[in-house]
Design a protein around this ligand. Structure first.
Ligand code: FE2
Length: 276
């Protein structure tokens, strides 16, 4: 069964992104939404207080991030001081990462569907794998901005093969921090590369010119929409100043027929699961 028409593939190649409304059912969205909230409820924030310190960008913080490649782990909003929380208070979580799709059965069911696998085939993936997943909360009043970037910078393959599969778990609007993309911007090379160096990470600046914010357009979409983004597509989202949540789930697919660089921050080794 075709997931998308030839015209949509042409649009994707031309503009670098594709909006597929109604790709998933509301019930599927509510299932992952409920599961994400339960993961936060059950998460032990007590053991890693130093990890979340805003004053120390410490080795412990790097370690917590780097070892989340094959884990289900909560990351807090910037500025949250876990030491100041009251008894039983759940801190503001920015996201859960980075192997929900392989380690949590609810997310696994949402991720490995015939529809999504078919879509990747139609986009030309030879040996696809989901390298990472994230559940992003973008909570009312708290959800921070994500500055312009492209995902290739973080999950580098030669040649570039990463694409983002971004699911609107809630309606996403300009008010609650929807995605903004730069149509056609996927033809520019990445401006940065984030990679491992020693026990930590560095960002190489490849092009110092700033992104042209005027060239971006908002992607306002209802719950259940899938936004597919080319790995070189510049995108960002703003702080959620609205009273409405903007939950989203993203999967990043790569083609394992391409070379996945050994100094990418995220290394799955033998745990990486081929889709087909
Ligand atoms: Fe991104």
């Amino acid at each position: 069964m075709n997931q998308i028409a030839m015209k949509q593939i042409a649009d994707y190649l031309e503009h670098g992104y594709l909006v597929l409304e109604g790709f998933v059912e509301e019930a599927q969205c509510l299932a992952v939404r409920g599961r994400a909230e339960a993961i936060v409820e059950e998460f032990d924030f007590g053991g890693d207080i130093s990890v979340f310190s805003t004053t120390e960008q410490s080795h412990a913080q790097d370690e917590y991030f780097l070892t989340s490649a094959y884990a289900v782990r909560c990351f807090l909003e910037n500025g949250v001081d876990i030491g100041k929380l009251g008894e039983g208070e759940v801190p503001a979580v920015n996201k859960i990462g980075h192997a929900l799709h392989d380690l949590d059965p609810v997310f696994e069911r949402f991720s490995y569907t015939p529809e999504l696998i078919g879509l990747l085939e139609e986009l030309g993936y030879e040996k696809p794998a989901f390298i990472q997943s994230m559940y992003i909360f973008k909570s009312p009043g708290l959800g921070g901005e994500v500055v312009p970037h492209c995902d290739h910078s973080f999950l580098w393959t030669e040649p570039q093969s990463v694409c983002a599969l971004w699911f609107a778990v809630d309606d996403a609007t300009c008010e609650n921090g929807c995605l903004w993309v730069q149509p056609g911007g996927h033809r520019q090379p990445p401006k940065t590369r984030f990679r491992l160096e020693g026990a930590g990470t560095v960002t190489d600046v490849l092009d110092e010119s700033p992104y042209d914010r005027d060239a971006f357009v908002p992607v306002e979409v209802p719950r259940g929409t899938l936004v597919v983004m080319h790995g070189q597509m510049p995108h960002y989202s703003e702080h959620n100043y609205s009273p409405l949540p903007r939950h989203a789930y993203t999967l990043h697919a790569i083609d394992t027929a391409c070379e996945y660089l050994s100094d990418n921050w995220l290394q799955r080794g033998d745990t990486l699961r081929l889709i087909a």
